[in-house]
Design a protein around this ligand. Structure first.
Ligand code: SF4
Length: 317
């Protein structure tokens, strides 16, 4: 299906997905890919569908949603592969603009060294770039890139893009246990992101069955450590850990609000105390959430933090 949704997305509100790449053609074969193993690896751009076909599929879905009174916040290129492999991506973005809905592209950034790819991405309103590692060895193990790709050129391409991109640029770093969740690897990512200056840096963990069965998410302590390391260099760091938390919508329900906030970022013990005091609640709430297995306490550099309990992805069927 070329167009699907709209589906709720924490980053994009109600997002109508555009699948402009057949499954699964990609420049990477990430260990954690939730679309499954890469069936065809390639780095050459090509046309996969007629742009008219994509436009029609999206127009129909938008009309359908509008008839049902559903809102759409973004049209999002989030295919079963790498969206920038589509040589018509820029044209499709241009053709979709008259629908009056903002356009997002979620890319692994592996082709940003190409000027034509950067030009296509410039046309979107919101772009997410994947930065799992800034170290050659770790990048190879995590993303398992096509042999013709060079990490240094990709990082340079991202920086070149970020300097001129007028839209909202975010990054996504998927942490995998034992691959890129160590302090050294995360520090290198943080230094790179400090140069890139995204509006927001997201930290993700695998929450759905990964391409490789052995892939595990990091534990809460490692996710918290990554958050703290990134936060030392960046203002806006958020979790994407599979919960639809919204730290900015307070319901008045202390338990729910604590879980929503910790789904987006860890909370230091004193911040939790201040939050409970403001809400007129007390610490049994925290103990109860910990006893229920929903909240976990972890230490980082002598400070105690509360984080959402992470769930292991189910094994692949
Ligand atoms: S870049 Fe995305 S689609 Fe490609 S293998 Fe990695 S996770 Fe899967």
């Amino acid at each position: 299906m070329i167009a699907f949704g709209p589906v709720p997305s924490r980053r994009l509100g109600r997002s109508l997905g555009i699948n402009n790449i057949p499954p699964k053609i990609c420049t990477y074969a990430c260990t954690y890919c939730q679309v499954g193993r890469t069936l065809k690896m390639q780095v050459e751009r090509q046309a996969f569908y007629e742009p008219e076909e994509i436009l029609k599929a999206v127009q129909d879905k938008v009309q359908n949603a509008r008839d049902l009174g559903e809102t759409i916040d973004y049209l999002t290129f989030v295919p079963d592969g790498e969206p920038t492999l589509d040589i018509n991506l820029g044209l499709e973005v241009e053709w979709l603009k008259p629908l009056g809905i903002k356009i997002a592209v979620i890319t692994n950034a592996s082709l940003t060294w190409r000027e034509d790819v950067r030009e296509d991405l410039m046309k979107a309103d919101w772009v997410s770039l994947k930065v799992d590692s800034a170290q050659q060895e770790v990048w190879r193990r995590s993303n398992r890139p096509h042999g013709n790709l060079q990490l240094a050129s990709i990082l340079d391409g991202m920086l070149e893009f970020a300097q001129v991109y007028p839209g909202e640029l975010v990054t996504e770093t998927m942490l995998v246990n034992g691959i890129n969740d160590g302090a050294g690897s995360v520090s290198e990512v943080a230094s790179f992101l400090a140069l890139l200056r995204p509006a927001r840096a997201y930290l993700a963990i695998p929450t759905r069955p990964p391409a490789e069965e052995w892939v595990r998410p990091p534990d809460e302590a490692a996710v918290n450590r990554a958050y703290q390391i990134l936060s030392q260099q960046l203002d806006q760091v958020e979790y994407l850990i599979g919960y639809e938390g919204n730290a900015f919508a307070f319901t008045g329900n202390v338990e729910q609000d604590l879980l929503s906030i910790t789904a987006v970022h860890p909370m230091r013990e004193d911040a939790v105390g201040a939050f409970l005091a403001r809400a007129g609640a007390d610490s049994p709430v925290v103990r109860r959430l910990m006893a229920q297995g929903q909240l976990v306490a972890t230490e980082y550099e002598g400070q105690r933090f509360y984080v959402r309990k992470l769930h292991q992805p189910p094994a692949e069927e």
